[in-house]
Design a protein around this ligand. Structure first.
Ligand code: PLP
Length: 497
């Protein structure tokens, strides 16, 4: 029931209605408060207007006086009402007159941006689309580890053990660099398994590689800086650079990795190069030793930075993992980024940056300005996972599983496509890429495949400039070997027309 109470007598000719619905689950005081607030914001109730006394309004609404008193107290506390002793309660003068009608939350959500200014950098970012990571989009989703093989029980035990031993001192803000025990464990791991030259003090824990890319960009680069990116390359590197106002210079990737000579011809004076030398995304190539040295020499000679994204190099199938570029660098020009998204699971949101010693303080200052410090809970669990030897065991076990999935995928692709495609980047990681011969348009095929609930990522989308190859990036991390033949068969059908 809605009771409409014309409060005209007190409002001196202004027809204002305060409405309450006694059946509603919204408390009465809140309805009265909302009703007044809306009328004040819409200027139906002008500043200086006397409002009915709480007793009078309660009588007219046929409610007790308590909800009215509560609503009035809230409106006074928030500055919508002013109470003058001996004179009554008035609509406050303080509310600045808005140039347009006030927008409700709903209208704001749906508003067009026209005439409502936002930063040029935010406007320049490509349209955000809800992530496609869903179960029913087939076997080739990129970037997904085998979550069904994750040792969930063990993880839950560590989570409960860590929370059982939680002390109140652990509830404080932490260091922007992260938890000391995790930084120690990572430094150890990187020195022994990835050939890095680093101390725990150089390691910052971040919320995945993505935050590491963002922080590194903000610390190292000014808006307008020109930056080498691999062509084709990782789309979210492009977004970070766009968001920071940097100019990405696409430098072609060949079988040895980024072509440094081509980069020098295109823009010798670039301020940085963003590369994934162990397992380039999406072509999967490993940067050769001579290219690594060439890249380091270039960076040293022009004073540029190298951002090394080492996102999935733990999984290498025919040799030991490739040593990092950072380990070769004598001039502290490399910022090394790693993540647990692939080796553990992506929702964990824990990654790390290895920072040259002289920049650690600037990285810490920037990180503090962003989000103070990483959340402590999961850091503790990851540290336990590494220290208990589970991490090394997990990687060994997963490498065998992925190797099998990769073998089946390659066999099926060779059988289905033969000479029609070249399979690249199979030495490492959890995806492989096929480069198609002929004149097909990979984006058209991907649309067709999507209609059949098969997600394939078109290679051409990974180019900033015009795509020199058409093909597909096929993830196999979260795909059981038995699902692969059917996925390849479907893809073949989509290619056939
Ligand atoms: C090239 C590349 N870098 C980094 C990542 C990992 O990102 P994050 O650590 O933010 O989950 C991915 C994930 O797919 C990737 O493809």
């Amino acid at each position: 029931m809605t009771i409409l109470v014309p409060a005209k007598s007190v409002l001196r000719g202004i027809s204002t209605l305060v409405t309450v619905d006694k059946q509603s689950s919204t408390p009465l005081y809140r309805q009265i408060y909302d009703s007044y607030r809306a009328r004040i914001l819409s200027r139906e109730l002008p500043a200086g207007q006397l409002v009915p006394s709480s007793r009078e309004l309660a009588r007219e609404l046929r409610v007790s006086r308590l909800p009215v008193l509560n609503a009035y107290a809230q409106l006074v506390a928030e500055g919508y009402f002013e109470s003058r002793v001996g004179s009554g309660t008035f609509v406050a003068h303080l509310i600045p007159k808005s140039p347009t009608a006030p927008l409700s939350a709903v209208v704001v959500a749906g508003a067009s941006r026209q005439g409502r200014s936002i930063s040029a950098l935010a406007a320049a970012l490509p349209t955000y689309e809800a992530p496609y990571w869903a179960d029913n989009l087939g076997p080739f989703q990129v970037g997904q580890p085998a979550i069904d093989e994750f040792p969930l029980q063990l993880w839950s035990r560590l989570v409960s053990r860590c929370s059982r031993h939680l002390q109140s001192s652990a509830l404080r803000y932490g260091s922007p660099m992260g938890l000391a025990e995790l930084r120690d464990a990572i430094a150890n791991y990187l020195r022994t398994s990835r050939g890095l030259r680093c101390e725990a003090g150089q390691i910052m824990i971040v919320s995945g590689s993505q935050q590491a890319l963002d922080i590194s960009t903000r610390v190292l680069l000014n808006s307008g800086a020109r930056v080498w990116v691999e062509e084709p390359g990782y789309w979210l590197v492009h977004h970070v650079l766009t968001g920071a106002g940097c100019r990405a210079i696409p430098v072609p990737v060949d079988t040895d990795g980024i072509n440094v000579e081509a980069g020098i011809k295109l823009c010798r004076a670039a301020r940085a190069a963003f590369v994934a030398p162990s397992h380039q995304f999406p072509l999967g190539v490993t940067m050769s030793a001579s290219r690594r040295l060439q890249l380091l020499n270039w960076a040293h000679s022009v004073g540029a930075w190298i951002v090394e994204d080492d996102y999935d190099s733990e999984y290498r199938y025919d040799s030991m993992p490739i040593a990092s570029l950072q380990g070769l660098d004598d001039n502290a020009r490399v910022i090394y980024i790693g993540t647990f998204s692939k080796v553990l699971f992506p929702s964990l949101r824990i990654g790390y940056v290895v920072i040259p010693t002289d920049l650690v303080e600037r990285f810490a200052a920037l990180r503090q300005s962003m989000d103070m410090c990483p959340s402590a809970e999961n850091q503790r669990v990851v540290a336990e996972f590494i220290r208990g030897g589970h991490f090394a065991r997990h990687i060994r076990r997963m490498r065998i599983i992925y190797a099998d999935r990769r073998r089946v995928l390659i066999e099926e692709l060779e059988r289905a496509f033969g000479d029609l495609c070249t399979i690249v980047g199979t030495e490492a990681g959890m995806h492989t890429t096929i480069v198609m011969r002929g004149s097909l348009k990979d984006q058209d095929i991907a649309v067709k495949a999507m209609q059949r609930k098969l997600l394939v990522s078109p290679l051409s989308l990974a180019y900033l400039g015009s795509a020199s190859h058409q093909g597909f990036v096929l993830g196999f991390g979260n795909t059981q070997a038995a699902q692969i033949p059917e996925g390849v068969r479907l893809l073949k059908e989509c290619l056939a027309g």
